[in-house]
Design a binder for this molecule. Structure first.
Ligand SMILES: *Cc1c(COP(=O)(O)O)cnc(C)c1O
Length: 255
């Protein structure tokens, strides 16, 4: 029944030799990442989010057929399109920079699992307002923390994190504060403890000082560093290239 949504995609697609090997490639990559996650001796089985930005719907469908249900997207328009044509039991993670004027479009996606990138108190208020009337149940959110302090990165500062979290819990009834998220600095030494991940762990402690009953996830780790992140206590890793292969360089990307 759920798969009915995906038939148009399948029928549009010619089953050539290439398609078969692409399916095998994605399935193998996915299984290798799953196995690597299992090998890390982390207390909880972390969730794997397959990051599928710029990848065609057919690629996601191959991962879906291999049992993947959590997918991450960075761009609202792309998420809206893909969520409209792919199976309804996919659990979408919005992981891109969230603009205030796009909050409604994101909130309107019925099978949106979480918005991982709430990066200010104001954004939380805007998203909270957008959800009212559009969603029957409150929406999970993670607060994005700029742990590396890089200007180019979005996110609240570690110092502001507890206040923003408290604000969500106390003033945003349409949102459920469920975790903290960070993008580590690129190019850190994978053989050493990652200071960005340590910082996010510390942020959670600080949040629990003001919200003692709040159980929070840690979304950290990408292709480069997800094993390191798991060792540091990640509960949600976001892996793209290792599953779907390289993306085109930024200039060639549509927006
Ligand atoms: C693109 C992206 C990822 C996945 O990165 P890979 O290096 O492809 O694994 C994870 N998180 C965020 C926020 C991203 O933008």
């Amino acid at each position: 029944m759920l798969l009915r949504r995906s038939f148009p995609i399948l029928s549009r697609f010619k089953h050539t030799m290439t398609s078969t090997s692409r399916q095998a490639e994605i399935t193998d990559n996915l299984n290798a990442v799953r196995e690597a996650i299992k090998q890390v001796n982390c207390p909880q089985q972390a969730r794997l989010v397959a990051v599928s930005k710029y990848k065609p719907a057919q690629d996601l469908l191959y991962a879906y057929e291999a049992g993947q249900r959590h997918f991450g997207e960075n761009y609202v328009q792309e998420l809206v399109e893909k969520s409209g044509e792919l199976p309804r039991d996919i659990q979408w993670h919005f992981i891109g920079h969230l603009q205030s004027n796009k909050c409604k479009a994101v909130a309107a996606i019925p099978n949106l699992y979480v918005v991982e990138t709430v990066d200010s108190q104001k954004k939380a208020d805007t998203l909270n307002k957008a959800c009212a009337g559009l969603r029957s149940d409150p929406l999970r959110v993670f607060v994005q923390v700029n742990t590396s302090g890089e200007d180019v990165k979005s996110g609240v500062s570690p110092a502001d994190c507890p206040n923003v979290c408290k604000h969500i819990v106390e003033n945003c009834p349409q949102l459920i504060l469920s975790g903290l998220m960070t993008i580590g600095m690129f190019g850190r030494d994978p053989s050493e403890e990652n200071p960005d991940f340590q910082c996010l762990v510390e942020c959670r402690k600080q949040v629990n000082q003001v919200l003692p009953d709040q159980s929070l996830e840690l979304s950290m780790g990408m292709s480069e560093d997800y094993l390191q992140a798991l060792k540091a206590g990640s509960t949600n890793v976001r892996v793209g290239r290792t599953i779907f292969g390289a993306r085109p360089p930024k200039e060639e990307m549509k927006k």
